[in-house]
Write a protein of this length. Structure first.
Length: 311
């Protein structure tokens, strides 16, 4: 028994044994540190990593959608971001508004539209003959869209779409939700979800309109820098979107490219648009269908038809 105890004491005092224990404990400690700190560091990096700034996010979206580099450079060079928040709010939060088109029916609007009708009767007669669209409806639409060419809008068209490409960026989404809260105290979750979805949808829609603008810009390189229009990116007397221009713009002179700031071309383009989207001569039900395609608001459709009747 004494011999066994003596051996145990000698073993405990053995330098090699103590060294082994120390190395084992140190290794165990280091392993613990690695296991404990590695996940923590990953989480820390995740928390401290900031999302890309809106402008950097915009550049990535343009590149990700494969726009040609010279076009991207031209867009960014001419981008006016000073109205970005205004553009995003007006386009995304529009579902909270009920536009009042009744202001377009006044003695002044009726008189000015009649004068316009008489002044442009030859072009209107040609459009009516070629496309079957009533001249009074063409005039009423041009009045509602741009006051017969007097009000085209002051927004830089390319910048409208560049701003909308950023609408689902966290910074702008937060701005939209804050705006929602001021308009609708304690908004329901469904309305919050709708706001976020509209931000994403508007961004995807802007990609398509930018591609249309790119095609237009190849024929007229000044468009990216100079084209002005509404907050929704529409331009010219009839307020066409770039995609609408490519599909339905019509020149009074077939040998020339359509110019929506020419009243003759605007009249022909409106008539062509309505016909290609369901308008049929002497079938009033189709008038509504075609006008609704132009602007998906029943109030808009009703006011144009009402103004055209007064003409």
């Amino acid at each position: 028994m004494l011999k066994i105890m003596s051996k145990k004491k000698q073993l405990k005092k053995s330098p090699s044994f103590v060294s082994f224990i120390n190395r084992f404990l140190i290794s165990l400690f280091l392993l613990f540190c690695i296991l404990a700190l590695t996940p923590h560091s990953a989480n820390a990096n995740t928390k401290t990593q900031k999302p890309a700034k809106p402008l950097d996010y915009l550049k990535k979206r343009l590149q990700g959608n494969k726009f040609p580099k010279p076009f991207i450079e031209a867009l960014l060079k001419n981008y006016d971001e000073s109205r970005r928040e205004q553009v995003v709010k007006l386009n995304v939060m529009g579902f909270l508004l009920s536009p009042d088109y009744s202001r377009h029916i006044t003695p002044d609007s009726i008189e000015r539209s009649r004068v316009f009708l008489n002044k442009n009767k030859k072009t209107l007669a040609l459009a009516e003959k070629q496309f079957g669209v009533k001249k009074e409806i063409i005039v009423a639409l041009l009045w509602v869209e741009s006051r017969l060419g007097e009000n085209h809008g002051t927004f830089h068209v390319a910048s409208v779409y560049l701003s909308l490409l950023q609408s689902d960026h966290p910074q702008l989404t937060q701005m939209l939700l804050k705006d929602l809260g001021t308009k609708v105290p304690s908004p329901p979750s469904s309305m919050v979800a709708k706001t976020k979805e509209r931000a994403r949808t508007k961004g995807r829609w802007a990609v398509g309109e930018l591609w249309s603008l790119y095609k237009m810009n190849k024929k007229n390189p000044k468009l990216v820098s100079q084209l002005k229009g509404s907050y929704s990116g529409a331009f010219g007397h009839p307020q066409f979107l770039p995609s609408s221009y490519l599909s339905w713009a019509k020149s009074f002179n077939p040998k020339k490219q359509a110019d929506l700031y020419s009243m003759e071309d605007a009249i022909m383009s409106v008539a062509n648009y309505l016909t290609k989207n369901g308008y049929k001569k002497n079938k009033p039900a189709t008038y509504k269908q075609a006008l609704f395609h132009y602007n998906r608001s029943q109030d808009y459709v009703d006011i144009i038809l009402k103004l055209s009747e007064k003409l």
